[in-house]
Design a protein around this ligand. Structure first.
Ligand code: ASP
Length: 345
């Protein structure tokens, strides 16, 4: 007799999709399993019948995702890894606030490298019970994508599109189609309420192999510095010199330019020399950078700053945190930063 399909695991962490009005504004709320059941019952019967079976768990304290930290990313990856070991679920759906969803999703992709089941992260711009909410549609789509066995990576499903986790950014504060993937095409989309995948774009095709999870203890102190015209060496030094700071993401200009200021470049070179991991990407969201194309950017390479090419800031910063948490030599960290681990570059 055929075995019934394994259920999906849905992990509710908070975010607008589960919020309820409170005296101080929308606030994270619990009892999401029951509330979701009620909402799903409002779908047309054929769409209800097409939904894969799932079990839902809630994290201990649902949060507004603006409260998430690297410790949150680590706890979430460990929770998924534990359930993955038990092999009782065909896929995972993570329900998450949209504000820092792209950060958590990118971090999960590094921690769960080579995952052989779908991990689909979604959220909503409006609460589940609000009029014209996008929550139910986004959850339905995430469930449908997470039930696709050929799909094996961490991705974000939002407004009918499936995007690679390490390529995703929140792009809108109000529109329901709030996420974008500036430098990589969608991995799939919902057409007539059905999931359509583009397998040649997926990691399952590109990086076959056994899961090789890396679940280090996240402790690294990484800063993010956006350059502006007139930025001075002392301002960069104030960010980089504290001994606790182990790495920095620099958001430079255009195709990889920074001020040709020997004092400023000296601060960067000193930080690199002390073993701090520095990487640069562009303030332009589309296209990558090539450090050294212009003379004005050459100094960055000489100061030991790594090229983050066309990575998103979310993917670059979470990768620095991930690499700094592991027992690697400086050279190994630098090499791994330049090597795609989860399709991030
Ligand atoms: N502040 C909310 C959060 O990120 C926003 C949302 O979910 O859309 O949790």
């Amino acid at each position: 007799m055929a075995q019934p399909p394994l259920p999906l695991l849905v992990i509710y962490t908070g975010g607008t999709l589960g919020m309820l009005p409170s005296a101080t504004g929308l606030a994270p709320a619990g009892d999401f399993g029951q509330r979701l059941k009620t909402a799903l019952a409002s779908l047309p019967p054929a769409r209800q019948a097409d939904l894969p079976p799932f079990e839902l768990i809630e994290t201990a304290q649902p949060i507004d995702s603006s409260a998430a930290t690297p410790a949150t990313w680590q706890a979430l990856a460990n929770l998924i890894a534990d359930h993955h070991t038990a092999q009782r679920h065909a896929g995972i759906v993570v329900l998450h606030g949209t504000d820092t969803l792209a950060w958590s999703a990118a971090s999960l992709a590094y921690q769960l490298q080579g995952i052989d089941i779908p991990v689909v992260v979604t959220g909503a711009m409006l609460p589940l019970e609000a009029e014209d909410s996008d929550a139910l549609g986004n959850i339905e789509a995430a469930l449908r994508f997470a039930a696709e066995p050929g799909f094996q990576e961490v991705a974000v499903s939002f407004a009918g599109k499936l995007l690679r986790a390490t390529r995703t950014r929140k792009w809108q504060t109000r529109a329901l189609d709030a996420f974008t993937s500036p430098n990589y095409p969608p991995l799939g989309e919902i057409v007539d309420h059905r999931p359509v995948l583009y397998p040649s774009r997926g990691l399952a095709e590109q990086q076959r192999g056994a899961p090789r999870f890396e679940l280090p203890h996240y402790h690294a102190n990484v800063v993010r510095i956006t350059l502006w015209p007139g930025i001075a060496a002392w301002q960069i030094a104030a960010w980089l010199e504290p001994p606790e700071v182990q790495g920095a993401l620099l958001e430079v200009w255009g195709g990889g330019n920074a001020p040709d200021d020997p004092e400023l470049l000296g601060v960067l070179a000193r930080a690199s020399g002390e073993g701090k991991l520095l990487a640069a990407l562009s303030q332009c969201p589309h296209g990558g950078i090539e450090i050294g194309h212009y003379a004005a950017g050459r100094g960055l390479a000489d100061a030991g700053v790594l090229c983050a090419d066309d990575m998103t800031p979310e993917a670059a910063l979470t990768k620095l945190v991930h690499l700094l948490a592991q027992p690697l030599t400086d050279d190994q960290r630098r090499n791994r930063f330049l090597t795609p681990l989860a399709g991030e570059r």
